[in-house]
Structure formats: structure tokens, C-alpha cells
Design a protein around this ligand. Sequence first.
Ligand SMILES: Cc1cc2nc3c(=O)[nH]c(=O)nc-3n(C[C@H](O)[C@H](O)[C@H](O)COP(=O)(O)O)c2cc1C
Length: 395
Amino acid sequence: MRVVVGVCGGIAAYKVVGVIRTLVLEGHDVHVIPTESALQFVGATTFEAISRNPVSTDLFHGVAEVKHVALGQSADVVLIAPATANTIAKLAAGLSDNLLTNSVLASRAPVVVAPAMHTEMWENPATQHNIGLLRERGMRLVGPESGQLTGSDVGVGRLAEHDAIVAAVTTALAPRDLEGRTVVISAGGTREPIDPVRFIGNRSSGAQGVALAEAARDRGADVVLVGANLEVPAPAGVRTVPVSTVAELREAVLERSGTADILVMAAAVSDYRPTTTAEKKMKKDAAGGGTSIELTQNPDILAELGAQESRPVLVGFAAETESDESALVELGAGKRERKGADLIAVNRVDEGRGFGTPDNEVLIVGDGGTVAARACGSKRTVADAILDAALAVRR
Ligand SMILES: Cc1cc2nc3c(=O)[nH]c(=O)nc-3n(C[C@H](O)[C@H](O)[C@H](O)COP(=O)(O)O)c2cc1C
């Protein structure tokens, strides 16, 4: 996607370099338009190197390419960060006196505005009036936040955090194809207690399930995230139900499956639990140098959901250690059949792959045990591919 980033003349301009870098690493084609004042804070060389695209502030440069409108017209989203009081006022008035304001006026893309300024400037009635006008026109505000400002003062006016700005841009770019739908996602790894301090668990951090929740939210869904011992923060704007054991996860998912349109079981669920849980911490000496724990099989939640007569589109996960693709597809097809799921996302896990890593690779096995889709890249990319495949089943 093409992201145009307008950078204005505020101290927080240096922070936006990190945002630009993240957007580039996520695969976006990023074009930076700094104002003249912005270049007092961060040089064009930095913006060019980080965005990997030429940078220009000059309205009358590259006239043959009609740059003053071309950048805005071709944008899928425009981000203005940090947005100064001055540029906010210009946007509110509809001025077009530099390359950035021309580009905004020439664009039909969603505009995300991340203001940053001292509290007095932010609270000034002129700025508040201008912000109100931008909101009314559908521009999306992210921040400002309260906190330490430049110098020693503290108050509202601090640039929104890096992740919040990136999320606002990603949300603005997402298709709204899940609007009006409810998506339930289980994520994380269950823990079955052995005693008050020990448990049987697994290596799942919950990152893939959280990426699914974020993607579904950005695409307009009402999202419920049943999170089992998540090691990553639950995203804003989704309803999170914290659980720990398989029994808790089962209850939370079954309670919500009736109202879901799509249900993705991304949590790593323990097949077994200790038959009894010791009330007190088990002592090493009491075991006499060795011990064994009797295990009882847990209910198969995916199969239970798959057997329901009226159920949402059901997506299961299979974490496998086979290296051969045809063996992975076969395992996925077998699991899909046994569980009665619509899709099985098979991912290969081993040391350094799948669990606890930023990237993932899945084969999505669908109708007839064939590969409905395959996805490789960030967990967000994989999440979008899974949601695309689930929507295709729904249609
Ligand atoms: C050191 C310094 C820091 C500034 N920080 C901000 C700021 O955070 N927010 C703001 O609205 N203006 C800030 N300004 C004022 C703007 O640079 C000034 O209003 C300028 O005209 C903005 O131009 P632009 O909107 O075209 O980038 C700062 C000025 C200086 C000298």
C-alpha cells in the first residue's frame, strides 16, 4: 500500500522516523513529505534513507510529474505526524501553500493526524476548533497523549506512541469486509496446574491469535479474544476474556460460538491435564527421588465445535514438526476431517520457527483436503490470509 507521511516542524519529528521504518518493514511504499520547518529537526537524507524513496518539500520541484497532486492522488492513506498547530490550522482552513497541504487537499484517501505540541497550544480554542473541523471531515485523530513534553513540562500534547500511530495507519488501510460480523478467536497456551506453582503448558505466546484479533478488528469485526496466558499485550478495541486452563477456555468459547460468524481456534490447548492437582506445593524429598503424574485426557474443543449443527465458520490450527509439505497437508486434511472444521491452518514449528517468533508460515487446508491458501510473513500477514480464507468459506 502507498503511505504518504507528512512530517511537520516539531521536536517529535525524530520519533516519526521509527514509524516510517516500521511501515517500510511491513511492506508499504512510503513517501515522506516534510515541511520546510520539519527539515530544521530531521534532515531529508534521513527520511530518504529510511523511506527508500526520494523526498521533496519543494512545491515547484518536479513540476513535470505534477507532484503537488500526484502524491496525494496515489496515496492509500495519508499520515501527518507530528502534526503541528500550524499545519492543523492550514488543513482546517483548506490552505494549500506547500507540498504537504497540496497533497492532502488532492487526496481522497483516509487521513490520520497525530498532533504534538505544548499543552497551551493544544488547549488553545483556535487549535481545538480546528481539530473539531478535521474530525467532522472524517480525519482520524491519534493522540495526543499526556506525559513529559519537551523540556521539563508535563501535560497533554505528547505525540501518540509508535505502536498506536502504526495501528491507526493499518486500520485506515484495512478493507471493511468484516463489518457487522462477530469473530471469536482463542489465543495463547493453556496451563494445567500440577500444584499451586507448577503446570503443564506449552510455548505459545499468543502472538498469532493476537494478530488475528487485530486484523479482524481493523477489518470492522466485533472481536472477542479468548486469551489463555497471553505473553503479548491484548489489542485495544477487542473484548478480551482471560482464561488459563482448557476447561476455562472451553467454557468461554462454547458460550460465544452461537453468536460468532467466524471462530478461529489459535490457542495451543493441552491434550492432557493432571488427574489431580496437589493443594500444596509438591516436595522434592516426598517423591523419594522420582515421581510420576497421572494424566487425564482433556475434552476436544475443536471436535465439539465441529459437531455442532449450526456453527460459525470454524478454523483450527495444527502445529506440526514434519518438514515435508505433502506430509503437512496430509496431517492438516486428516485433522480437518476428524474435527469437522472448515479450515485447518497448518504451521511448521521447531526451534526458532512458529512459537515466539515475529514471522509465521502456514498452509491453509480446506475443502477436500486441498491447500486453500498459503501465507508466509509477519503474523499479521498470516492473520489476514486466514481471515480471507474464512470469508471465502462464508460466501
Ligand atoms: C524547537 C521548536 C520546537 C517546536 N515544536 C513544536 C511542536 O511540537 N508542535 C507545534 O505545533 N509547533 C512546534 N514548533 C513551532 C513550529 O515549528 C512552527 O509553528 C512552524 O511554523 C510549523 O511549521 P509546519 O507546520 O509547516 O511544519 C516548534 C518550534 C521550535 C523552534
